[in-house]
Design a protein around this ligand. Structure first.
Ligand code: ADP
Ligand code: MG
Length: 270
């Protein structure tokens, strides 16, 4: 009897996906520090000893470039993975920051149209990643500035979502729309998706306005705010040119320290 009881309890338990925790970094606005956050959090997780895979889901390939990989010289990218031409493992590149990368190429712009008529088009990334999840602890998805099929694929493949948002007036416009999309995804495609929080970026602590925006953001949307805020510093603009994240180019800067703290907080929660 007791055995049957505990068996029933086991059966109702939520299935745990094996391997890496997949986190999408998304906001359909451009220039909010999605790519910078993926590169920096990825480097911070790697510093903490985690096996990290970063995936560039933007045809502009900024993450690929920032990690020292020339998108024009990439032979196998996320594009071929999504179109089912290669296995994900065959598109992985090891980068100097101690992270692995599945790069993007400009041709990814056409993938959206090619995926559209396919059945189960929102599940393509999730399915493609399954075989390599056991090889990693964390997978971060750098989304493009849109809520199109590629971003829906990211939200379907992820257990967590981080929403970078600059601490400036009007920067939160569009977050409502993003959260509506998240609710649809949770209802239809991926009930396990959890919004881990808003990540305040480009924070100018001297500005009262930035302080006010930061105070308002969490309350307005009922979302956790990932702290500390990432300070605004020119160091972030310099790092991609040498193909490393700010954690390597400016190890002791406030920006690097802030991303390390946010990464540690996320690891605690996850
Ligand atoms: P997204 O991926 O959302 O389009 P990016 O990460 O490419 O945004 O960042 C947009 C620009 O802002 C880049 O030039 C980047 O170097 C810069 N940037 C990002 N974070 C900061 C920061 N904390 N302080 C100053 N500049 C930043
Ligand atoms: Mg970007």
């Amino acid at each position: 009897m007791a055995g049957a009881k505990s068996g029933a309890r086991r059966a109702t338990k939520k299935p745990v996906r094996s391997g890496a925790l997949v986190v999408a970094v998304a906001n359909q606005k451009g220039g909010v520090a999605k790519t910078t956050s993926v590169a920096s959090l990825g480097a911070a997780f790697a510093e903490a000893g985690k096996r990290v895979l970063l995936i560039d889901l933007d045809a502009q390939a900024c993450l690929t470039f920032s990690l020292g990989v020339d998108p024009d010289a990439v032979e196998t990218s996320i594009n071929e993975v999504l179109l089912g031409k290669v296995d994900a493992v065959d598109a992985v590149i090891s980068c100097a920051d101690g992270v692995d990368l599945i790069p993007s190429v400009i041709e990814l712009a056409g993938a959206e149209a090619q995926l559209l008529p396919r059945p189960g088009r929102e599940y393509v990334l999730r399915t493609a990643l399954e075989p390599i999840l056991p090889d990693y602890d964390v997978v971060l998805l750098d989304c493009s500035p849109s809520l199109g099929v590629l971003t829906l694929n990211a939200l379907t493949a992820a257990q967590g979502l981080v929403i970078p948002m600059p601490c400036e007036m009007l920067s939160h416009r569009g977050v409502g729309q993003l959260l509506d999309t998240v609710a649809d995804v949770q209802r239809i495609l991926n009930k396990d998706l959890e919004v881990l929080g808003v990540l305040p970026t480009m924070f100018d602590g001297r500005s009262n306005h930035a302080q006010a925006v930061l105070a308002d953001v969490g309350e307005r949307y009922g979302l956790p705010v990932l702290l500390p805020p990432i300070p605004k510093t020119v160091r972030f603009a310099e790092a991609p040119a040498v193909g490393r994240s700010i954690l390597a180019t400016s190890r002791t800067s406030k920006g690097a320290a802030a991303y390390r703290e946010v990464a540690a907080g996320l690891l605690d929660r996850l």
